[in-house]
Structure formats: structure tokens, C-alpha cells
Design a protein around this ligand. Sequence first.
Ligand code: NAP
Length: 257
Amino acid sequence: MLSNEKITNYAAPLDLLADRVILVTGAGDGIGRAVARACAAHGATVLLAGRTIAKLEDTYDAIAAAGGCDAIICPIDIEGATSDDFQQFNADIESQFGHLDGLVNNAGILGQRTPLSHYKTDVWERVIKTNLSAQFELTQALMPSLQASSTGASIIFTSSGVGRKGRAFWGAYAVSKFAVEGLVQTWAAEVEGMGALRINAINPGATRTQMRATAYPAENPETLKTATDITPAYLYLLGDDSLGINGQSLDAQAAKK
Ligand code: NAP
């Protein structure tokens, strides 16, 4: 059994992701931005996917200022994207790089914090599309590029504590995260033993981002880990030290004692 400490305290070598191409969705803000920066700092070419170009440019500038490796801005609204858009995304990666070594399905939305009896159907559909269906479609479309990785691609989906144990008023968000856990287990079982490709989930835990502040407006953000604090778990799963880890749902933060 993989120890949580091994992941949360993971000290990544600086060249961990050298020569690798890693795609991060929601790379303009919060956890995605921090993961993209950490990947670049460890040698990767990072594809910055997201829907707000100004935010992606900001992440790009931060990577460049830190002297990181290449980053490329890839505007995409995963909620509105069609299967043709996702296929085109894969075609662009294939023609430019020939392979994709890591995919971090991080983008997500919170939806409403309200009883299910009052939950709006249109919000429900948006949350399930963004947090689940679009991530499935994107990953499926990118599979040819991921399977072309010579190092064995690592696919990460983003879960949550409310995707493991139901909690009142978390509505479609909680349901989408439960489904992400099931998607990871199902897909991981299908690729088990088929080379080094691996599919896992990460639960970031309470992290100081805009989404967390919206969900817990009365909370003091200074009491929370920053998005940068939790990047070791992502680096662990993206690099060679996690070869053979497949179908797991890992915590990016140590359990509180
Ligand atoms: P965040 O600060 O709100 O960032 C979410 C990112 O997703 C933003 O970059 C956002 O882009 C992007 N995004 C949303 N909808 C999109 C769409 N349709 N197309 C493309 N990009 C889209 O949230 P976060 O806290 O970093 O959360 C990141 C992930 O961790 C989410 O999956 C979340 O559920 C999960 N998580 C977070 C916590 C926590 O405590 N923060 C805990 C458990 C799980 P824009 O900025 O352009 O809107």
C-alpha cells in the first residue's frame, strides 16, 4: 500500500519531467496554475488549457519569468467543446509533438451549494458536463497521443473528499466527483497490464483557491495549504516514481492528526 506521506512529502528531482509534454486543464488559476508551474519547473513542456486566455497568459508569463521550459497556451472551454474540438486537440498535439506524456484533468466548477430538492437542472447539467463528461471525452480523444508516449503516460483526474463520502448541500459537484472515482477505477482496470500507461485520481484536500473561498466564504484562507504546497503529489504521479501505480485515489495532503 502506497503511504500518503510518500506522496505529500515527495521531493521531485529537478529533471523529473525533462522532455515530457504535459497538458493541464484549468491552468489559468488555482491548483491547475500551480501544477502547470511545477511541471515547467521540473523540465516539462506544458500545454496550458483553459477558457480565460488572460489567465493562461498570466500563467505563461510566470513560467517564463521563472526560467521554466516551454509552455503553450491552448484555449478551450471544456464545457462547450464538441467531440470534433477534442479530436482536433489531439490532432494538434500529434502533429506538433507526436505524443503526450501526462494529462491533468483539473478544471472544474462548484455549482450550487443548496439542497438537492432545490437544485437547478441547468446547473446540474453544467457541473456534470464540466467535471465529468468533458473530462471523459477529452481523455478519450487524447488517448492516441497518450499511448504514443515512450515513457508511459500518466493520466490524473481530480476528485474531492465529497466524492468519497456524501455530504449535504454539495449537489452535482459531489455526484460528479463520485463518478470521477468510478471512472478512474473502471478505466484503470481496462489499461492494467497494458504497458506503463496509468490512470489515477487525486483529492487535493482543502486548498486556498477561489473555488474553496466560494464554497467556504467564512473560512480564513490563511489556515489552508496553498495550491503550490500540494504540487508534490501531482509531480509524484506524473513522473517515473509512480510507474505501476494505477487505479488509485490519492490524497495530496497529509491527514490532519
Ligand atoms: P479554481 O481556482 O476555481 O480553478 C478552476 C479552474 O478550472 C480555473 O482555471 C477555471 O478557468 C477552470 N475551468 C472551469 N470551467 C472550465 C471550462 N469549462 N473549460 C476550461 N477550464 C475551466 O478551482 P481549484 O480550487 O483550483 O480546483 C481545481 C480542481 O480541484 C477542481 O477539479 C476542484 O473540484 C478540485 N478540488 C479543489 C479543492 C480545493 O479546496 N480548492 C478541493 C477538492 C477538489 P477560469 O478561471 O477561466 O474560470
